[in-house]
Ligand binder design. Structure first.
Ligand code: ZN
Length: 439
């Protein structure tokens, strides 16, 4: 029999400095790659993550119908620049891949300043930052530059070049399945289609890849399915191709924006009180960290696809500062200085705590339902001056009282206010003393 580490051991042996350094290295290594919803940058990123998460890469051809959507053309870009009248490059894709409007059609010609300006995107109130803009479903060309760069452009003729291809190809996504004791699955979903932006979405890619790495070493109750997909179209594609297995998904999380130093944010699934919603809320409440819980909205990341009415999976969204709520969001300032190793590591720790709870949330039956069993006789009650705390005893009494077959340990944790791990270890002691039976 192979002996596996327990998830409790992983959390007990946690080394935040080591975890943080490794997560930050993943983010740094992926940062230069120009990702988008299709194309080589996306594939290259999945190949890199493959050393942590041995995933399969699925390729879905352009033109494939996925529910109400169609897989778009594949976009690749080799180079993009703007040269001034003297032939000097004033905008260069190789200095920052945000410079080219993501999915820009190819172009190579001259343009006067007035015409050029119609194709330039800036952020007027953050003059040094380059915006991240896309045009996936409308064919056009454009550049994103800092407002300061725009102000320096003279009224002269420019040469613009976007050496891109937009044609038949594939949409790529990565998928990793981990088999547990049951076929019931936990889905972890991460959009992976942004170019050089760290918090949204490299932090999620790094944390989910490392999460899978930890889970690969464990004996698990649930099966797990990790997907690294392009936002929106990727989730729609994955759901369309996997409709028959969706009933197996019992819990799920979209993971994004987990590298900044802001408080945790958990956005509930559309169901609102699914076990995943209660598990995340319980873990954050007892984490000692600042956090907020928000209700589901049909806006945001891919939780809105998982939570569309005909799908309605229990999938929430785990974040720190939500999209759009930090000024660096979707700009060049969401860079390697904006995400912190310790924030990445703590996000991973909280996710592992949530999974530990789901893995260990069982229902039990008290085998001694008429009055309390005599704990002292079984060595379970406080020894004089012993280390056994009041909480340990309370945890045992709560577990015994509500293990009537109706209540899970999470139910008891919520009702008692006692942290889940204390109830878990109380249940283990009571099982050893043969006072409980697992249902
Ligand atoms: Zn985004």
């Amino acid at each position: 029999m192979t002996s596996h580490k327990s998830i409790g051991q992983v959390l007990g042996d946690w080394d935040p400095a080591k975890e943080g350094a490794e997560l930050f290295r993943i983010v740094s290594d992926l940062y230069p790659i120009c990702r988008r919803i299709t194309g080589e940058g996306f594939r290259e990123s999945l190949r890199y993550l493959g050393s942590y998460a041995p995933m399969s890469c699925e390729e879905v051809p352009t033109g494939t119908q996925v529910f109400d959507w169609t897989i778009p053309k594949e976009w690749n870009v080799r180079d993009a620049w703007i040269k001034d009248a003297k032939g000097k490059k004033v905008v260069d894709f190789h200095k920052c891949n945000l410079h080219v409007l993501n999915y820009s059609a190819p172009i190579h010609r001259k343009a006067g300043l007035q015409e050029l300006k119609e194709h330039l995107h800036t952020i007027p109130n953050a003059t040094d930052w380059i915006p991240y803009r896309t045009s996936y479903y409308k064919e056009t060309w454009g550049f994103c530059i800092s407002h300061r760069q725009l102000e320096r452009l003279e009224d002269e003729e420019y040469e613009v070049c976007i050496d891109s291809t937009l044609g038949p190809g594939h949409l790529t996504y990565g998928e990793l399945g981990l088999r547990g004791a049951t076929e019931e699955e936990i889905l972890i979903s991460c959009h992976s289609c942004h170019p050089s932006l760290c918090n949204d979405n490299l932090s999620g890619m790094a944390v989910t890849a490392k999460l899978s790495k930890h889970l690969q070493q464990l004996g698990l109750r649930y099966s797990y399915r990790f997907v690294w997909i392009p936002g929106t179209i990727g989730a729609i594609t994955w759901l369309a191709k996997n409709e028959t297995m969706l009933p197996r998904i019992k819990h799920g999380l979209v993971v994004s924006c987990v590298g900044d130093t802001g408080a945790f944010t958990y956005k509930r699934s559309r169901r609102g009180n699914a076990e995943i919603d209660r598990a995340v809320e319980h873990c954050l409440r007892h984490s000692g960290r600042a956090y907020q819980i928000t209700d589901f909205t049909p806006y945001g990341y891919d939780e809105r696809q998982y939570g569309s009415p005909g799908i309605n999976l229990p999938v929430g969204c785990f974040m720190r500062t939500p999209h759009g709520k930090y000024p660096q969001y979707h700009t060049s300032a969401d860079d390697l200085t904006f995400v912190k190793p310790e924030a990445l590591a703590d996000s991973l720790f909280q996710l592992l705590s949530v999974i530990a709870l789901l893995e260990q949330n069982e229902r039990y039956l008290n085998l001694n339902l008429k009055c309390e069993p005599q704990l002292g006789r079984r060595g379970l009650y406080r020894q004089m001056g012993g280390t056994s705390s009041k909480q340990t005893e309370e945890a045992m009494l709560w577990t015994l009282n509500f293990s009537d077959g109706q209540h899970s340990l999470l139910d008891i944790a919520e009702r008692s206010g006692i942290p889940f791990p204390a109830l878990r270890s109380a249940a283990d002691s009571l099982l050893t003393a043969e006072l409980l039976r697992k249902i």
